[in-house]
Design a protein around this ligand. Structure first.
Ligand code: ZN
Length: 506
């Protein structure tokens, strides 16, 4: 007998519908899967057989052929287990075919018949049309977020067999107690002193300018960077859905409401591999840190310690805002539009107190060169962070809270979007004269810097974008970008430690 069961597979952060066709026929007992299954799908046979037998039904001692349609495109993951088991049960006469007609199935089977969560249920549920979707209890939030049909939660295969045979109603499982709310964002009021760096964070948030923090260990670079997230506005529903799909595909846990509404903050360690940072992998295509940071912040602490090849991989997402993946004839695109914040010591020895550095110029040069010119050039803001003074640490008066700063950031962002449709960092060179016109004195200052070789052509455009953001953050926003705005933008790009001044003209 024959059965056709609806299911889906995950590729990158996209779901693809799959029809699991099962044929059970007389012949020597055998089990074969066709339609480009990978190893994890082939193992489904063992899991499905054990699960069926644990549910009190005998496994057919016949020839079983499973075909995964469409036949092109590699199928990966254990999410097809449930559909394969149900297909065998229908084709062997243990479940009536009409009971599965309007249903789709996603889930991994345990040997005892229990149903387990798989990554990517949200993007997979989104491609299954109006079928009712049968998923493990743990996938309730993800499935309900996007599924058009009803979501049926099932604890194990025996329960499902009883329902499909009409011996029991659909169970009313309650989803597991929701994951705890994400921690509240850290408040910038906790940072003592660091006026320049705090200002740079605000500008970075308002204009989406990439930020490099340079300072000795213990100067609070990480403390500052981790507070950037609290300054960014919540995601729009459309953006939140994009981020949620990536989180679901990565198996990275969703908030209780299902939607990831806060901008993500990711800080991979410098030992992170290329696949870990950029995504990919040889078998399953997994979103990397750059995609998990989509619409949020990617923080690379000790950026000079990351492998050069790993850092080189940042070029594509920084330019395109996405990662293109090709595997066995399939193509997908993983979103990766993030605000890059990096931190590094001023030199290999860590620097520290003025005059304490023992590094020679050659060592310094090598250290800076680990950050290739094109990558260094991406940072519109390069800020020196010094260890806070004792006075600052003892000062009990808190600075502005994140809520206050975030309000200014949101206003400046709205302003930019209304004026030009994009954040300031995305303004093209030709759009600058229209949307960021300069006062004559500001123009003179920039010309002066270029004539003295302190500013390159690329740097010129970057300074103008940052200056636009600085002007937008003023209480009354001026149409013309002023000399003070340009002067501050210049200082925020060049006032970094000795090491990085080697490349200050960039
Ligand atoms: Zn040093």
């Amino acid at each position: 007998m024959f059965a056709s069961i609806s299911s889906a597979v995950l590729f990158g952060a996209e779901g693809h519908p799959v029809s699991v066709e099962v044929h059970v026929d007389k012949g020597l007992p055998a089990f074969s899967v066709v339609g480009l299954p990978d190893e994890s799908v082939r193992e489904a046979r063992d899991r499905a057989r054990a699960a069926v037998m644990s549910s009190g039904v005998s496994w057919p001692s016949q020839r079983i052929t499973v075909s995964l349609a469409p036949s092109h495109g590699r199928k990966t993951g254990s999410g097809l287990d449930l559909a394969i088991a149900v297909g065998v049960l229908v084709a062997s006469g243990n479940i009536p075919p009409e009971s599965v007609e309007q249903l789709a199935f996603i889930g991994e089977l345990g040997l005892d018949g229990s149903l387990r969560a798989v990554p990517g249920v949200a993007p997979m549920a989104g491609v299954l049309g109006e079928s009712d979707l049968v998923v493990p209890i743990a996938c309730a939030v993800e499935a309900r977020l996007v599924a058009l049909g009803r979501t049926r939660l099932i604890a194990d295969l025996a329960e499902l067999i009883a329902v499909l045979n009409g011996n029991a109603p659909w169970p009313e499982h309650q989803p597991d107690p929701a994951a705890p709310d994400p921690e509240p964002a850290l408040d910038i009021a906790d940072v003592r002193g660091q006026v320049v760096a705090r200002g740079a964070l605000e500008i970075a948030a308002a204009g989406a300018h990439h930020l490099l923090l340079v300072g000795p260990p213990g100067s609070g670079k990480t403390m500052l960077a981790s507070r950037l997230r609290g300054l960014l506005p919540s995601l729009t529903r459309e953006r939140a859905l994009e981020v949620t799909m990536v989180y679901s595909a990565a198996g990275a846990g969703l908030p209780p409401s299902g939607l990831v509404r806060r901008p993500p903050f990711r800080s991979p360690h410098h030992t992170c591999s290329s696949a870990g940072l950029i995504g990919g992998g040889s078998q399953t295509v997994r979103p990397g840190e750059v995609s998990l940071a989509h619409c949020g912040v990617l923080f690379l602490d000790e950026i000079a310690e990351f492998g050069p090849k790993v850092l080189n991989g940042l070029r594509e997402p920084l330019e395109e805002g996405s990662i293109q993946v090709n595997r066995s004839g399939m193509h997908t695109s993983l979103p990766a539009e993030f605000l890059l914040v990096a931190a590094m010591n001023p030199c290999p020895c860590g620097g520290g107190a003025p005059g304490a550095c023992r590094c020679g110029d050659a060592a310094l040069n090598r250290y800076v060169q680990r950050l290739s010119g094109p990558l260094l050039d991406r940072f519109d803001l390069r800020v020196n962070v010094d260890r806070p003074d004792v006075d600052d640490l003892l000062d009990n008066s808190a600075g502005e809270s994140s809520a206050v700063v975030a309000e200014r950031v949101a206003r400046a962002r709205d302003l930019a979007l209304l004026r030009q449709g994009v954040v300031n960092s995305a303004l093209g060179p030709n759009a600058l004269d229209q949307f960021a016109p300069l006062e004559p004195s500001a123009r003179l200052l920039l010309r002066h810097e270029m004539e003295h070789d302190r500013l390159s052509g690329r740097g010129y455009h970057r300074i103008r974008r940052v200056a636009r953001t600085i002007a937008d953050l003023r209480p009354v926003y001026p149409e013309l970008v002023g000399e003070e705005d340009v002067a501050l933008a210049l200082r925020l790009r060049t006032s970094i430690g000795r090491a990085l001044q080697i490349g200050r003209a960039a």
